[in-house]
Design a protein around this ligand. Structure first.
Ligand code: NAD
Ligand code: IPM
Ligand code: MN
Length: 368
C-alpha cells in the first residue's frame, strides 16, 4: 500500500468548510485505490495571524516541506483588512508559501461540464467545447516586486503635487520567462498543440522581454507547437467572444490572476475552478477562488473547485491518473443528475436539488 503525507491548510472564510469535502474525497479514493493518506493540519493566513501573529508560521513551512503535497483552501477576509502597510495580511501567507516552495507554475484548467452549459452567463453555443489551460507565472512580477508608500510628501509626487504616493515594481528575468514558457509548450504538446502568450508588449518593457523569450524558446525547441501573441486587453475580450478557440494560455502573474477569474465564469462559477501550483519540489493544490467571506460559515459554498484540486493532486503529485479520472467522472455524474450548489443553480433547478457544501461532497463520494 502506498502512503502519502498531505499538509492541509484550511485558512479562512469558507476554507475549513470546503477542505473538509476535499479530505472526504481523498479518504474515499484511498479506500478504493488501496492508498493511505496521512494528514497534517497547519495554519496559514488570517487563522495563522490570530494564533501566532504571522500569516506563514515557520511550523507551517516545515509541515509543507515534510509532505508529499499541500492542499490549501483559501485565505483572507475583512477581519484582517488593514490600511497599515506594516500589519500582517493573510495574503502574505499564500504569496510566501508559493515563493518559499518555488511554485512558479500555476495551472488553472477551464473546462465545461456539459450539465453546466446553462449556468454560464454566456450562451451555451459559445461555451460549448471550452477546454483551456491557463498557465500563470506565480512567483514573479508585480506580486513580488519592490513596493513603497510615501505619506503626505509635500510636492514630491510624479506630478509634483503634494499628497501620498506609492509604487510597485514589475520585473521579470529571462530565466523566469523561459521556464514558464517551457511549461506551457510542454503542456500544449499533450493537448491540442496551441499556445496563446498574453502580454502588454505595446506598452510594457517586461512584456517585450516576455514576448522575445517566449518566441526564442518556441523557435529553439517547440516549433511544432502553434504560438500566437495576444495583448491582454484584447484577450479579456476574446475570452468572452471565442473561449473555445483557446488551448494553452500562458501569461505573467497579475494578468493570469485577472484572466483566470474571468475564464472561471465561462464555466458557470468561480466555485468550479481548480488549480495546481507546481515547482521543482512539493506541489500545492488550491481552488482559484478566495475565502468568499460573503457566504462563509453558512455551509453553502461550492466544494467542487477544492475537490477538482484534489483531482489535480492525484494526477500530478501521486501519478494516480485512474483515481483522478474517477473523481472527474463522479463530479460529472453528480452534475448530470442535476445537483447544484447555490452558485451554479439556474432558474430551472428544482429546489430539492439545491444542496449545501457537505451534501455536495457526500454526493461526489457516493459516486466514487
Ligand atoms: P472570492 O473568490 O473569495 O469571492 C468572489 C465571489 O465568488 C464571491 O461572491 C463569493 O461568494 C463567490 N465564490 C467564491 N468561491 C465560491 C465557492 N466555492 N462557492 C460559491 N461561491 C463562491 O473573492 P473576493 O471576495 O474578492 O476575496 C475575498 C477574500 O479572499 C480576500 O481577502 C482575498 O484576498 C481572498 N482571496 C484568496 C484567494 C486564495 O486564497 N487563493 C484567492 C482569491 C481571493
Ligand atoms: C489567487 C488569489 C491570490 C492571487 C491572492 C489572494 C494573493 O487571488 O490565488 O488567484 O492574487 O494570486
Ligand atoms: Mn485570484
Amino acid at each position: 500500500m502506498n502512503t502519502y503525507k498531505i499538509c492541509l491548510l484550511p485558512g479562512d472564510g469558507i476554507g475549513p468548510e470546503i477542505i473538509a469535502e476535499g479530505v472526504k474525497v481523498l479518504n474515499a479514493v484511498g479506500a478504493k485505490y488501496d492508498t493511505a493518506f496521512e494528514y497534517a493540519d497547519a495554519l496559514i493566513g488570517g487563522a495563522a495571524i490570530d494564533v501566532t501573529g504571522e500569516p506563514l508560521p515557520q511550523a507551517t513551512l516545515e509541515a509543507a516541506r515534510a509532505s508529499d503535497a499541500v492542499l490549501l483552501a483559501a485565505v483572507g477576509g475583512p477581519k484582517w483588512d488593514t490600511t497599515d502597510p506594516n500589519a500582517p495580511r493573510p495574503e502574505q501567507g499564500l504569496l510566501g508559501i508559493r515563493k518559499e516552495l518555488g511554485l512558479y507554475t500555476n495551472l488553472r484548467p477551464v473546462q465545461i461540464f456539459n450539465a453546466l452549459a446553462d449556468a454560464s452567463t454566456l450562451r451555451p453555443e459559445i461555451v460549448d467545447g471550452v477546454d483551456m489551460m491557463i498557465v500563470r507565472e506565480l512567483t514573479g512580477g508585480l506580486y513580488f516586486g519592490r513596493r513603497e508608500r510615501f505619506y503626505d510628501e509635500p510636492a514630491a509626487g510624479v506630478d509634483g503635487a503634494p499628497g501620498q504616493r506609492a509604487y510597485d515594481t514589475l520585473e521579470y528575468s529571462e530565466y523566469e520567462i523561459e521556464r514558464i514558457a517551457r511549461q506551457a509548450f510542454e503542456i500544449a504538446r499533450k493537448r491540442r498543440g496551441k499556445v496563446t502568450s498574453v502580454d502588454k508588449a505595446n506598452v510594457l518593457e517586461t512584456s517585450r522581454l516576455w514576448r522575445e523569450i517566449v518566441h526564442r524558446v518556441h523557435d529553439e525547441a517547440y516549433a511544432d507547437v502553434q504560438l500566437e501573441d495576444l495583448l491582454v486587453d484584447n484577450t479579456a475580450m476574446q475570452l468572452i467572444n471565442r473561449p473555445a478557440d483557446f488551448d494553452v494560455v500562458v501569461t505573467e502573474n497579475m494578468f493570469g490572476d485577472i484572466l483566470s477569474d474571468e475564464a472561471a465564469q465561462i464555466t458557470g462559477s468561480l466555485g468550479m475552478l481548480a488549480s495546481a501550483s507546481l515547482g521543482d519540489g512539493v506541489a500545492l493544490y488550491e481552488p482559484s477562488h478566495g475565502s468568499a467571506p460573503d457566504i462563509a460559515g453558512r455551509g453553502i459554498a461550492n466544494p467542487l473547485a477544492q475537490i477538482l484540486s484534489v483531482e489535480m493532486m492525484l494526477r500530478y503529485s501521486f501519478d494516480m491518473a485512474d483515481a483522478a479520472d474517477d473523481i472527474r467522472r463522479a463530479v460529472t455524474e453528480v452534475l448530470d443528475e442535476g445537483w447544484r450548489t447555490g452558485d451554479i443553480k439556474d432558474a430551472e433547478t428544482p429546489a430539492d436539488h439545491v444542496v449545501g457544501t457537505e451534501r455536495m461532497g457526500d454526493l461526489v463520494v457516493a459516486h466514487l
